[in-house]
Design a protein around this ligand. Structure first.
Ligand SMILES: [Zn+2]
Length: 252
């Protein structure tokens, strides 16, 4: 089976979720992680996991969304949400250093605190990094991320960065940019299959007028095809290995 280790499917409307689940089942995608980006979005992910067999929840505050809602006692609130038995991950957390982003030190505090929460709950994390690779590696080392299971979501980096992640026990999650980016594909070709997982990061893409072109968990099959091609390993074996890795991370 295929497991989409990082999506935001809770942000689709009800009708689109039904379509997306049917498409997923028809394409062998049997587990979809819905990652929250704020407290209320994390709640939506919890609610959705109760409604659909295929959906599991991840809770967390995305670095870009730290200032979107009141965040007093946010660790307590997220901690409460982890009591749902289908909440199996802390995500989406991380660092995103763009001009419009919340201040770096605030992001770093939120990243640390949510890693600590994951440790205390014995849950894996999936983290986001943009323009902050050195800072992320620092936190990964200081917070001893290698003591828990973790995923670098939507990996777009070079081999040196990948190597630093792998050395800290981090799994690398491949998303669709890999399908069209030759440089990225060359990096991924060199990474051990034993430390790879896959994702679509699906969210409603209203900017694409043609609904059929929205990214959905079913697109994982495209990532499998390409991995099979560059690694010269059969799709069946790639699926088997990635399923094993994903279940190991998610403790399922
Ligand atoms: Zn995401």
């Amino acid at each position: 089976m295929l497991i989409d280790i990082h999506t935001h499917v809770q942000q689709f409307n009800k009708e689109d979720i039904e379509i997306l689940i049917t498409n997923s089942i028809n394409n062998n995608v049997k587990i979809i992680i819905a990652a929250g980006t704020t407290i209320s979005d994390s709640k939506r992910s919890v609610d959705l996991s109760k409604k659909y067999n295929e959906i599991y929840s991840a809770v967390g505050i995305h670095p870009q969304n730290i200032l979107d809602e009141k965040t007093d006692n946010f660790i307590e609130k997220l901690s409460k949400l982890t009591e749902n038995k289908k909440t199996i991950m802390i995500s989406e957390i991380g660092l995103d250093f763009q001009n419009t982003s919340p201040k770096k030190n605030i992001q770093e505090d939120f990243f640390y605190d949510q890693i600590s929460l994951a440790k205390s709950k014995k849950l894996p994390i999936a983290f986001h990094v943009r323009n902050a690779e050195n800072e992320a590696i620092n936190i990964i080392k200081l917070s001893k991320i290698n003591e828990i299971k973790s995923v670098a979501h939507y990996f777009l980096g070079d081999y040196d960065y990948a190597k630093k992640l792998l050395d800290n026990n981090v799994f690398i999650s491949i998303a669709k940019p890999f399908l069209r980016d030759d440089k990225l594909s060359d990096v991924i070709k060199k990474l051990p299959l034993e430390q790879l997982v896959i994702e679509t990061d699906s969210y409603p893409q209203y900017f694409k007028k043609n609904r059929l072109r929205w990214t959905e968990p079913k697109d994982l099959v495209l990532i499998i095809e390409k991995l099979s091609k560059i690694k010269k390993i059969s799709p069946e074996l790639i699926i088997e290995k990635i399923e094993f890795n994903s279940k190991y991370i998610l403790n399922i």
